[in-house]
Design a protein around this ligand. Structure first.
Ligand SMILES: Nc1ncnc2c1ncn2[C@@H]1O[C@H](COP(=O)(O)OP(=O)(O)OP(=O)(O)O)[C@@H](O)[C@H]1O
Ligand SMILES: [Mg+2]
Length: 281
């Protein structure tokens, strides 16, 4: 969580200085670049995410937000730049390795197994933290059954955390879109991430569902998970974020707390004609 270094408290008569974060960033992105052919999709992007923060990355369509997520999560390699997660360089590592280190994500276009039930999808996420080997599973040893029971219990807990406990046995294909998003979020939580990347989690949700999502994102953060959020719904972004990074044409425009970003003339100009003006009112 964010905390103020006691050493930063000013002595009497000394002018107050801005608070100093006692902890180091959980994620540091430095000078990230990635192009596709002649298109520079991510152009020298740098930012940090502090432990316990909810940080949003916003920007118009094509600004490079998902590409940044794809690079952090190992789906794409950067052309240049560094990514440090808990001071460990992760740029270029394969997705499974990034996941093992504690980064999990959801996708702009959902990535679920449609013919499996909600709980089976979440159990897939739990499996990446299990230790029973192939031999124990194939021979159906007692520890295999114990572990399967523990996985199912954990998956139920994660579904309950996103308000989907009563849909555990329902096939994902028959769930409404908003509920599928919640199953994907539960699956991401099942990997026990330290950093959760959410790519447009409110897309396709109605106003009530978006309000529920805001509450869930805060609850997730309160359990100690740091959140990096890409989102077009400005009411959600302004509601939950501690800090917002604005991208346009792959480049950082500005970064700051919601109260600053919503009134920043550069940001308003980037979004002119978009939905920022009305949403930020
Ligand atoms: N795999 C790819 N191959 C070629 N071009 C790509 C690829 N991925 C992204 N792009 C291009 O890179 C640019 C940034 O795309 P990206 O998906 O990161 O934007 P975004 O900010 O997530 O947009 P949106 O808000 O619409 O999701 C776009 O012009 C896109 O067409
Ligand atoms: Mg995107």
């Amino acid at each position: 969580m964010l905390s103020v270094d006691p050493g930063s408290v000013p002595a009497a008569g000394v002018p107050a200085s801005p608070p100093v974060f006692a902890s180091a960033p959980l994620l540091r992105v430095e000078g990230l670049c990635r192009s596709f052919g002649g298109l520079l999709a991510v152009d020298d992007v740098s930012f940090s995410v502090m432990p316990g923060q909810i940080k949003a990355v916003i920007g118009p369509n094509g600004a490079g937000k998902t590409t940044v997520f794809n690079i952090i999560s190992g789906i794409l390699r950067p052309d240049s730049g560094r990514i440090l997660f808990s001071d460990v360089p992760i740029a270029g590592l394969p997705p499974f390795r990034v996941g093992e280190l504690g980064i999990s994500r959801t996708f702009q276009n959902l990535s679920l197994f449609p013919n499996m039930t909600a709980i089976e999808n979440v159990m897939v996420g739990c499996h990446c933290r299990t230790c029973c080997g192939v031999v124990a599973s194939v021979l159906r040893l007692p520890r295999h059954y114990r572990e399967e029971r523990a996985i199912r219990d954990a998956a139920e807990k994660h579904l309950a955390a996103v308000g989907m406990a009563d849909k555990a046995g329902v096939s994902v294909a028959s769930l409404p879109f908003g509920q599928r998003r919640l199953v994907e979020l539960a699956r991401a939580l099942a990997t026990q991430p330290r950093l959760l990347l959410l790519d447009e989690p409110a897309s396709g949700l109605n106003t009530r569902e978006t309000g529920d999502l805001a509450r869930i994102i805060r609850q997730v953060r309160d359990t100690g998970v740091t959140v990096l959020l890409v989102e077009h719904d400005m009411s959600l972004v302004m509601d939950v974020s501690d800090s917002i990074l604005v991208l346009n044409y792959g480049k950082p425009v500005t970064e700051g707390p919601p109260a600053e970003i919503r009134n920043d003339p550069q940001v308003i100009s980037v979004y002119l004609g978009g939905d920022f003006g009305s949403a930020a009112d």
